[in-house]
Design a protein. Structure first.
Lengths: 270, 482
C-alpha cells in the first residue's frame, strides 16, 4: 500500500490545442480546477469518505480507482453538490461547491454510469433540449461539428436514442458537454459495459478533451483502462485515498504497480 | 443573460408533451379523456334540455288540466290533486347531483305529503341505475385516473433512466423539473376542463349567474390541481415507475371510491334517522289524534264546533252562515299539515345533518369536497331539494286551503249534506269551475348564484387546504430530489 503523496501540479502534458474549455473559467492550463481537501462524508454515523484530499488541474485526466463501495460515486456526487460534506472542503473552478452550486453545475459535465439521455428523442433533440435548459444557442452546424468531433456516426444523429448503444450514448453526452463548453468532466464508470473498440474510442476522446484543456475526473474500477488514459490515479479504499500514482514522461502509468496496490479488488477490464 | 426559471419550466413542460405525443399510451389516454368529456357534455346537455322542456310542458299541461276541470264539488278537486315540476337549473346539465335520486316532480293533493318522484335512477333499467356518464362523474372520477395514467412516471421515469441526476448536474433544479412536469399536467387539466367550461359559459345564456359558473369551473380546476400535485408528489418520492403507479392507483381507489362511501356510511351511522315505515307509523298515530276531517261528527272537532257556534252566536251548525263541512276540512287540513310538516322538518334536518357529516370528509378526500361543491354550486344539492319540497308543500297547502275556502263560502252546508240524495242534489253540490283559478303558477328557481357560491366556501377551503399541504410536500421533496 502506498502512502498518498501531495501533488499540487500535474505533470506537463502535450499542449496541442488548448482552447476555450479552460479560458471559459478564466483558468490556465495546470491551474487546479478540482480541489478536495480533508473531505469527510457520513450517513448516519457511517463514514463513507474519510479525510479525502486530491486535486485535478486543467488539462489533466485523473482516475479515482476503487472497488465497489470504495466511495467513488459518492465523491462525484459530493463534487456535484448532491451530497453535503460532513467536514472538509470541495472546490470546483475555485468555488466552494456548497456555496456556488449553480456556478459549479454550469461548469461541469457529469456522465452517469448509464448515460441514457432520453430514448424518445434523437441525439440532436437531446442535445438541443439540454442546451435550451442551459440557455445556450447553437446552430445545426455547431451541433454537427460536435457530433463529428466525438465520432458519432452521421446516420445516428437524427435517430431516436432508444436504438443507441452505450458507447453512442456516451459520445452524445460528451458532444453535449463540448457544446456546453463545460471545462470540467466528471465521468462515472465511463467504460463499464463497453466493448474493447468502444473503450479505445472513448479513451482517445478523453485524451483529446484533456489536450484541449478540459479537466477530467473519472471514477472507475478498471485498473487497466485507467492506466491507459489517466495522467494520475488515486486509489480509493473504504473512503480513504490510499495511494496516488503519476504518469512518468512516457505518459503511461505502470499498470502492474497500481494493480498490485489495488490487490484482489482489481479488475483488468477489457 | 441567464435563462429565467419560468422559461426552464416551459421547456420541461414542452418536452413532457413531446414525450406524450410520441407515446402511444399517453396519446390514447388523452384522446379517450377528451372524447369522453366532450361526448358526455353534449349528451347530458341534450338530455337536460329535453328534460327541462318536458317539465315546462308537463307543468303547463298539469295546470291546464286542473283549471279545465268542470264544475265539481270542491273537495273532489282537493283529491283530484295537481303536479308540481322542478325545472332543472341551467348548470345541472353538467352535474345532475341528487336530482337523479330524489326526483323532480311531486303530486300535490289534500291530506298527504307525497314524496318527490320520477327520479332518473328509478326510471331506468337495472343497468342505468348504476349511474350515468355525466360530465361531473367524468371529471370527478375518471379525469384523475387519466391524469395518473399519463403523469405517474413524470419524475420517476427520469430517476429510473438516470436522466434526473444528469439534469440536476447541469443546473436544472428539482423544483424547476417538478414545476415543468406540473405545467404539462396542468395543460392537460385545461384541455379536460375546456368542454366543461364552454358548456358552463353557455348556461349564462339560460340565465345562470356568472358567480355560479365561475365557482363551478374554479372548483373543478382546484380539484384537478389537487390530483396534479398528488401525482407530482408520488412521482417525486418513488424511485421506480411501478412504485409511483401503484401508490397513485391505491390513492385513487381510496379517495375516489372508498372515502365517499365511508363518508355516507359514517353520516348515516352518526346521525340516525327514522326509516320510512317507522315514520309512517308515527305520522299515522299523530294523525289519528286529529280526527277525520271528512266526518263532521268526529269527537276531535267537538271543541272546534262549539267555538264556531259561540263565535256566530248560533245553537246548531245548520244555522251557521258558512259551510261547517268546509270549515272542518280546512281546520283538519291545517292541523294535519302542521303534523306532517313537523315530521318532514325532522326528516330534512336529519338529512341535512347527515350531509354535513358527509361533507366533513372533504378534509380527507378531495373527491368528497368537489362533489359537495359541484352539487351546491349547480343547485342540485340537498338544500335545493329541501327548498323544492318546502315550496311545493306551501303550494299544496295553499291550493287545498283555497279549495276548502271555496267549500266554506260557495257551497251551503245543506246542499253539501244532501249531495248524495239524487242527481239534482249532486249537481247542486257543485261549484263553478271558475273557482279552480285559485291555483297559483309554480316556478321553482334555485338559490341565487351568490347564495350558492357562499354555501360552497367550506368545500373551496377543503380543496385549498389540500393544495397547500401538497405544495408543502412537493417543496420538501423537490429540495431533496435525486
Amino acid at each position: 500500500m502506498t502512502t498518498p503523496t501531495a501533488i499540487n501540479k500535474t505533470p506537463p502534458i502535450e499542449q496541442k490545442t488548448f482552447d476555450k474549455h479552460v479560458s471559459n473559467t478564466g483558468a490556465a492550463l495546470n491551474d487546479t480546477m478540482i480541489e478536495v481537501s480533508s473531505l469527510n462524508f457520513s450517513i448516519k454515523n457511517n463514514a463513507i469518505l474519510k479525510n479525502l484530499s486530491f486535486s485535478v488541474a486543467a488539462g489533466e485526466v485523473y482516475a479515482l480507482l476503487g472497488g465497489n463501495g470504495a466511495g467513488k460515486s459518492t465523491t462525484l456526487k459530493t463534487l456535484l453538490g448532491f451530497n453535503k460534506p460532513t467536514q472538509g472542503s470541495v472546490k470546483v473552478a475555485g468555488k466552494e461547491v456548497t456555496q456556488a452550486l449553480d456556478f459549479v453545475r454550469g461548469k461541469t459535465a457529469y456522465l452517469p454510469e448509464s448515460a441514457t439521455l432520453y430514448p424518445h428523442l434523437t441525439a440532436r433533440e437531446n442535445v438541443e433540449y439540454f442546451l435550451s435548459l442551459a440557455d445556450i444557442k447553437k446552430s445545426d452546424e455547431q451541433i454537427n461539428a460536435a457530433f463529428n468531433r466525438v465520432a458519432l456516426q452521421r446516420d445516428a444523429w437524427d435517430r431516436h436514442m432508444q436504438t443507441y448503444s452505450k458507447g453512442m450514448r456516451q459520445k452524445t453526452a460528451i458532444a453535449l458537454a463540448i457544446l456546453r463548453e463545460a471545462p470540467i468532466f466528471l465521468l462515472d464508470e465511463p467504460t463499464s459495459g463497453l466493448d474493447p473498440v468502444a473503450i479505445d474510442e472513448f479513451n482517445q476522446l478523453v485524451r483529446e478533451l484533456a489536450l484541449t484543456g478540459a479537466t477530467i475526473l473519472m471514477v472507475t474500477h478498471d485498473v487497466y483502462g485507467a492506466c491507459q488514459v489517466a495522467n494520475r490515479i488515486g486509489l480509493l479504499k473504504n473512503g480513504e485515498l490510499v495511494g496516488e500514482y503519476d504518469a512518468p514522461q512516457s505518459g503511461r502509468i505502470d499498470t502492474e504497480q497500481v494493480h498490485a496496490a489495488f490487490g484482489h479488488h482489481a479488475n483488468r477490464g477489457a | 443573460m441567464s435563462i429565467n426559471n419560468f422559461s426552464k419550466v416551459v421547456i420541461v413542460a414542452k418536452d413532457e408533451w413531446r414525450y406524450w405525443l410520441r407515446s402511444k399510451l399517453a396519446m390514447t389516454v388523452l384522446a379517450i379523456g377528451l372524447v369522453l368529456t366532450v361526448a358526455s357534455v353534449i349528451v347530458t346537455a341534450i338530455t337536460m334540455m329535453e328534460l327541462s322542456h318536458t317539465r315546462h310542458e308537463l307543468q303547463a299541461t298539469s295546470d291546464k288540466s286542473f283549471v279545465d276541470q268542470p264544475d265539481r264539488h270542491p273537495h273532489r278537486m282537493v283529491h283530484y290533486g295537481h303536479y308540481a315540476f322542478r325545472t332543472p337549473s341551467p348548470l345541472s346539465t353538467l352535474d345532475p347531483g341528487i336530482d337523479a335520486y330524489t326526483g323532480n316532480s311531486i303530486f300535490l293533493e289534500g291530506h298527504r305529503q307525497n314524496s318527490a318522484m320520477f327520479a332518473d335512477s328509478r326510471q331506468g333499467t337495472a343497468l342505468t341505475k348504476l349511474g350515468s356518464l355525466t360530465p361531473a362523474f367524468i371529471v370527478q372520477t375518471l379525469a384523475p385516473l387519466l391524469l395518473i395514467l399519463i403523469g405517474y412516471s413524470g419524475i420517476s421515469r427520469e430517476r429510473e433512466s438516470q436522466t434526473l441526476s444528469y439534469l440536476l448536474s447541469q443546473g436544472t433544479s428539482g423544483a424547476t423539473l417538478i414545476a415543468g412536469k406540473g405545467l404539462a399536467l396542468l395543460s392537460v387539466v385545461a384541455l379536460i376542463l375546456t368542454p366543461l367550461t364552454i358548456s358552463a359559459l353557455f348556461t349564462l345564456g339560460s340565465g345562470e349567474g356568472l358567480l355560479a359558473v365561475a365557482s363551478f369551473v374554479l372548483g373543478y380546476a382546484l380539484y384537478l390541481i389537487v390530483w396534479v400535485l398528488l401525482i407530482l408528489l408520488a412521482s417525486s418520492v418513488f424511485s421506480k415507475n411501478s412504485g409511483s403507479f401503484t401508490a397513485l392507483a391505491f390513492v385513487w381507489i381510496l379517495l375516489c371510491i372508498v372515502m365517499p362511501r365511508v363518508a355516507s356510511t359514517t353520516a348515516s351511522t352518526a346521525v340516525s334517522s327514522a326509516g320510512k315505515i317507522e315514520t309512517d307509523f308515527a305520522v299515522k298515530a299523530e294523525l289519528r289524534k286529529l280526527g277525520d276531517g271528512h266526518n263532521t261528527n268526529d269527537p276531535a272537532f267537538k271543541q272546534f264546533k262549539q267555538s264556531l257556534l259561540n263565535k256566530y252566536n248560533v245553537s246548531s251548525i245548520d244555522e251557521l252562515p258558512v259551510n261547517f263541512r268546509g270549515l272542518v276540512a280546512s281546520e283538519s287540513e291545517a292541523k294535519l299539515t302542521s303534523v306532517l310538516n313537523k315530521f318532514a322538518e325532522q326528516r330534512m334536518q336529519a338529512e341535512l345533518k347527515q350531509t354535513q357529516v358527509s361533507r366533513y370528509f372533504g378534509w380527507v378526500s378531495p373527491m368528497v369536497a368537489i362533489r359537495s361543491l359541484s352539487m351546491i354550486v349547480v343547485g342540485t344539492s340537498i338544500e335545493t331539494h329541501h327548498r323544492f319540497l318546502r315550496e311545493t308543500e306551501q303550494l299544496r297547502f295553499d291550493f287545498v286551503q283555497g279549495l276548502n275556502k271555496v267549500h266554506v263560502e260557495k257551497l251551503s252546508y245543506q246542499d253539501d249534506m244532501n249531495r248524495n240524495a239524487d242527481t239534482a242534489a249532486t249537481q247542486k253540490a257543485r261549484v263553478s269551475a271558475q273557482n279552480w283559478q285559485i291555483l297559483q303558477d309554480f316556478t321553482f328557481n334555485v338559490d341565487s348564484s351568490k347564495a350558492r357560491a357562499q354555501r360552497s366556501i367550506p368545500a373551496f377551503l377543503q380543496l385549498l387546504l389540500w393544495i397547500a399541504v401538497l405544495l408543502g410536500g412537493i417543496k420538501f421533496v423537490g429540495r431533496r430530489l435525486l
